[in-house]
Design a protein around this ligand. Sequence first.
Ligand code: PMP
Length: 428
Amino acid sequence: MYEQSKKLFEQAKNVIPGGVNSPVRAFKGVGGTPLFMKSAKGAYLYDVDGNRYIDYINSWGPMILGHAYEPVIDAIKEYAGYSTSFGAPTELETKIAELIVSMVPNIDMVRMVNSGTEACMSAMRVARGYTGRNKFIKFTGNYHGHADAFLVNAGSGVATLGIQSVPGVTQTVAEDTLTVPYNNLPAVENLVKEYPDQIAAIIVEPVAGNMGCILPQQGFLDGLRYICDEHNILLIFDEVMTGFRLARGGVQELFNIKADLVTFGKIIGAGMPVGAFAGRKEIMENVAPAGKVYQAGTLSGNPIAMIAGYTLLQTLNDNPDIYRQLAEKTAYLSGGLQSVLNAAGIVHQVNSIGSMLSVHFAEYPIIDFDAASGANNELFRRFFHSMLEKGIYLPPSAFESWFVSNALTIEDLDATIAAAKSAIESLK
Ligand code: PMP
C-alpha cells in the first residue's frame, strides 16, 4: 500500500536528515513510513502510491479552504509571470498589510516575514527592545518555532521526540526563557514576583495547538492581560495557528482580549512560506528602518507569497459565514467521534474549538502538557495507523491539533466517523 513512499523515504534518508525537512513529518511519534505526497485537491490528498486520504492536517493549518483553492492558484500563476522576486517594495505589500490591519483588532502595523518561527523570534526581539528587559515567560507545550530561546519545554515535534533540552541552545540563552504550565495563572504570578522588572513579555498560544488542541480555561487569558498591565509586560499572542482560523481577527476577536503583539503564519500565506508580526504603532515603530530593532529578509514580502495570502485572506474577509460553517463541521465531527468512543466504552476527551480539535485517550480533562502526556498515547498511535489505512490522514502525534478545512463535506465527515468506529472496534 505504501511501497513508493517506503522507497522514497529510504532514498531521502541518505541526503536529508531523517528523510524530511521538518521533524513531525517523519511519523516518529507513531512509527512507520511517512507518506510522500503527489497532489492534493480540496479535502483530499493523493500519495505517490495512488492512495487517497481525507486530510485533517491541511499542511498544518494553511489550507483552511482546502488544497489547490482555485483563486489562489490562479493568482499565483498570474504573478509568477511578473518575476518571482524583486527585492524592492511592491504595492501589494501595502495592500495585504492594510487588509490584515482591517481584519485583526488592536494592530496598526504589520511586518511580513517568511515563517512562524521568524515571526515569533522577531516579535520577541521587539518586545525586548521596547521594554529594555531580557527575560520572557512561555508555557510548557506551547510551540513558537525553532528559534533558540523558544526551544525550552516546547511542544509539537520537540515534545513528540521527547527532547528535554536541545543541544546547540546555550545555557545563557535558555536562562532567559521562563516556563510554566499552560492555564496556570498562579505560576505566572510567582515568576513575575521572582523577577521584578526583568520580564519583557509573556508569549502564549491563546488556544494551544501544539500539545493537541488545548483551550484556555475561563479567566486564563484575561489573567495574563491583567498581570501584563500591572507589571508593564507585553502580551504576545502567537496566532500562527489560530490567526484567520478561529475568527477573522483570531483569538483577540473571539474572546475579546487585547494582545500587544501578535504573530501569524500558515493561513496568512495560503501555503506559501509566510509569517508576520503586528502590533500598535507605538511598538512597531521600533522596528528597523523606522527604529533600531533590526529585522530583515531578502525574500520578505515576496510577491508570489503575498498574492497567495492576499487572495485567501480576502476570501475569508468577504465571507465570514465560512467560520460558522467550519465550526458546524467541526462540532459534527467531534460529536460523531465522541459517540463512537462512548459506544465502545473507551475513555477519551475530544477538545475542540472553531475548526481545531484533538482526541486524547484519558479520563481527565486535557488542560496542559502534563495532562496530554499522561494520556494513552500508545492507543493514539494505533488509532492513527488504523485511520490511515482507512484513508484518513490525521496528525501523526497526539501533541498536534487536527485542522478542519471548509472543503470537507458532510459525506467526508461521515466517512471519517465510520472509519473511527471500525478503527476503534479493531483496537479494542
Ligand atoms: N507558532 C505556532 C503556534 C506554531 O504552531 C508554529 C508551527 N507549527 C510556529 C509558531 C512556527 O511556525 P513555522 O513552522 O512556520 O516556523
